[in-house]
Design a binder for this molecule. Sequence first.
Ligand SMILES: Cc1cc2nc3c(=O)[nH]c(=O)nc-3n(C[C@H](O)[C@H](O)[C@H](O)COP(=O)(O)OP(=O)(O)OC[C@H]3O[C@@H](n4cnc5c(N)ncnc54)[C@H](O)[C@@H]3O)c2cc1C
Length: 1167
Amino acid sequence: MANIDSVKQALRQRATETSSSPRQPLSDTQYSAGFDTLVRGSGWMTYEEFIIPQLSQLLAPLSNSRIHISVLEIGPGPKSVLGYLPIRLRRKISRYVAFEPNGLLAANLEEWLCSTSEMESPLPCLESPPDIHRIPFDLNNHTGSGTGISTSDADEKYDIILFCHSMYGMKPKHKFIERARKMLVERPEGGMVVVFHRDGALHFDGLLCHRTASFPTGVVRVANDNEVLDRFAAFMAGFVMQEVEEQKALRVEWRKVCRALGHREEAPLDHLSFSLPNVMAAFTQHATALPELMAQMPLLKGNKTVKNREARLHHPASVVRPTKVRHVQQCVLWALKHGAGLTVVGGGHSGHCLWSNVVAVDMGAFNRVRIFTAGADGGDSGSDSGPFVVAEAGCKTGDIVSKTMAAGVIVPLGARPSVGAGLWLQGGIGHLARLHGLTCDAIVGAVVVSVDSSQLLCVGRVPSQCQPAGAVRPENEADLLWAMKGAGSNFGIVVSVTFKAYAAPTYSIRNWVVPLSNDLEARLKLSEFDNLVAMKLPRNCSADAYLYWDAGQLRLGATMFESSTTGFTTAMPTATPANAIWGPEDSFKVVDSVDLFETEMYMSVMHGGHGGGKTSSFKRCLFLKRIGAANLADRLVAAVKVRPSPLCYLHLLQGGGAVGDVAADATAFGCRDWDFACVVTGIWSRDQDGAEAARAAVRWVYNVAADLLPFSSGAYGADLGPDPRDTALAAKAFGPNRPRLARLKHSSDPRSVLAYACPLPGAPMAPKLIILVTGEIGAGKDYCAEVWVSVFTACTHKSLTARAVSISDATKGEYAAATDADMNRLLWDRDYKEQHRPALTAFYQGQLRQRPRLPEEHFQNVVHSAVDVDVLLITGMRDEAPVAALSHLVPDSRLLEVRVEASEVARRVRRGYHGGDDGGDDYKDSKDNKDSKSHNPNLMALDYRPCLVFDNNTTGNEAAKRFAEHYLLPFFHEDLQRLANMVRAVPCFPRPGIEFRHVLNISQQPGGLGLCTSMLQAQFTGDWAEVGVVVCCEAGGFVYASALALRVDMPLALIREAGKLPPPTISIVKPQSHISSSASNDSREKRIEMERDIIPRGTPVVVVDDVLATGETLCAVLQLLDEAGIGPEDVSIMAVAEFPVHRGRELLRRRGFGRANIQSLLVFGGA
Ligand SMILES: Cc1cc2nc3c(=O)[nH]c(=O)nc-3n(C[C@H](O)[C@H](O)[C@H](O)COP(=O)(O)OP(=O)(O)OC[C@H]3O[C@@H](n4cnc5c(N)ncnc54)[C@H](O)[C@@H]3O)c2cc1C
């Protein structure tokens, strides 16, 4: 499949060859029609799978720290991609300016953005109309306010400047980026210039990327139809001929080019596919910070090429080569200061050691290997006295092997001498693995530069001679050492590693090559190899197999390695199980660890030995069991048969033995249960690097990996990267350790300095459960919060983490800074705090007048500093109805308010004699303070209902514990997760940009309806005995309410569209629900009705609905109930799923239904 760039070149070339008449640029109509061929259909996939997720990820921190976002977009086309971002990001965009020189596209864009239909506007919170300039963005123009172009010096500034559809025609590109960078808002920092470019490479001279990503798998499919190809070809070439007849002739030629280069697929529709790689580069104010680093750092001299061909295609911003640990620390400090990422170069064998426009830190100067025989490590090795090997991070496998062997010891390493630190930090599978384990299992200590603080850290055993001055032991030392063993490229820049060493063995090596005449024989021989040879071997032996094609025939190569520390006699090989089956070996050798490298079958036997030498490779590795079983053996054979080039092969390295002795969660390398590591190896001739042959080999590797994945027990994390085809493999790497690794990554590399190492799952963006603990002063909120933290953390079978924080601490800090008050005493000294209470209240009120959104800001800050816990309890809240007001800010979390109630006597006693409960209410407004002095608990005075109320009138913590066990822990019940798993996510339904959650799908799953209704029954916080009727509105509500009514043995009250129920009825007008309004343009309001007198006045009811989104439906139901004489205080709402982003609770409260109790079984962050 030809790359789109080569198509463009070929089209231009053909025009030059066939016509000499003048060319003319495309008209607006021609450009617009061509653009359409590119983004339509499969081209949209690039948006869906790359541009939208990358943009959402980049904007998320910005959206968390800003109330509003202003955007300038360059060349958006007929619709802005921003309109397809998640709704919570779209709602933040308050200003939109664009440069779209194509008048037609600009008009479409304007119409689309200003859409006034019932469908939600793409950017619903714009504070002024979109400002679309119908001219190109150039290096001089200015955007002022209004619709025209201003030349005023007071240029408008933006939080985001987006080049979404490539930077073609903008030269030099870095000048455009620099121009845009100057248009970013300077304070607060965090604004970005973001470029998406339709091409594999995007090089910005001397500029530093904040983040970069690539999407190599993009494809565009164009209908194989003359007219469509004409539009496409003209758009790609960028011109047409002035002469009509010449253009006609050229069209024919262009169609031929497209058909010759496109990959044709006839079903379901006849079309041609072209590869359309895409890259993203994001720049901040710091894009010009490179010289600062280069001035203080040794740079790589000469043109060192790394081994990996993928990495070689990248153009790093700079490659620095630290020679001292201090230099590495300076790199990190610089990266932290400028929000930059870094890559680290070890042996250079992965595709991720160099990234375009990112600084690479080459560790090559750290190349010492030091050996500490028993007791020679300065007594730092504890009970296990060695021997140990300390290898610096620039060492290669070959360096370590040759130096240690000279001292009579060995570290179990891999099969190639040139491979570097990436191997031991991410696993390390070699011929001694069955005897001594993986390389990472031998790691007992490390010296690491923290990418959080740039501090030098020592973890585990590091001989005193190897501890650099100033190194400290981190608090999370055990975690970090654990992570070094299998995921070590993600948690800091490793300076050196201490390995446990073993006595150096010699090896006997035997090779067999078995020709395979057909598939059946292939399966039989693999089965023999697995069952009769490999499985029979003791731990000091391992057997590798190769499935490859040579001289027109499929072959099975087998190598048996036997290690011994007492030596072999070279004269006479002893018989092995393989001899009994395959006869005498083709070759037999006894070698030491250095010569072992050359005995690899790939190096010495297959394809005439190393494929002639000038080759490049791409590998992915899966862990397999029972390779001789028919289903697997057939797949392995089939894979080799469809290899795209003769040199591609499968390498099966034997595991088991010591690899499996280690528990999956004992080290970060969590895949332990396998017999063979299957390395799918794509090879091509080196002169084809970057060409179709290379792409085909890579595609083959991924296809085979995808085919084997369902039969595998894991994937090797080494070298997995951001390629979307790695996602499924990464999900199976690290076994059960992914959540722990994600949390550790978040805490050890919070600013993603090592953003390009093996991708770990993202840490949750917010705690799963956020509990706002409210109540009056002295009610015991802080005390209860701490008790509840202990209940969550003590619940060991769920291994939950929980923390309580006071939201008022931020204000106390600002008050202390402004007034010289003592912050510590404000936090801990109750009398001191009481003295300052009036001033603190006045200070807060003053701040609130200046920053009306302060409560939201504080809330978001508190939540975002606690993403490392499952449960966050927040005290010190001062907002009324905080769940209604704040839940849309944390749409992925369940937000609850638990109000702590206590009698005035109890509160007075606690205020007087206990130091615990201050709850931050110190600066509550006077109304609240007045309320707190009233005689009765304040519940009835509230115009809304807290989610839960805890009566804290008894002493001791038993009641609080029971409350948490009964009401709070059930939010982590596994049945809720089962239920959530039944809600299918459907992307782009009912329209692009919406990820539809199919909540009704629960009822279509076996056992789904029963599970859902039992949870509705169990999670109800009221008393079923007091409920009289279950109320529901068609259609979703009917499904769940009927089943629930049956279960709790209660009558139903049905609410239907007007005209469907017999008189007498009562009715009200109901606006459309969120999803129906997205699905259709029908904006008519509907009436809904209920039979009059079906519910006696004042009866407590439970309203059941499938979804709580905008709340319009529930408002209508509550209004109808109100008409029927049932007030909100008698209504409990139970929704199966809630989408807080639509602020349904807020609407209910605004419409006067705040006193209804609302509960949702599931909470979803999507739209
Ligand atoms: C020809 C070949 C043979 C191989 N043989 C084996 C084998 O026998 N057994 C096996 O298990 N694997 C093997 N591999 C896989 C190999 O382990 C990985 O490719 C590994 O990532 C290579 O590490 P490197 O240091 O050479 O590469 P690099 O690209 O330099 O590094 C790989 C990763 O580690 C990170 N990294 C490197 N140094 C540091 C550091 N000091 N601190 C933090 N991060 C760092 C890099 O940033 C990068 O993300 C082989 C690969 C190839 C290409």
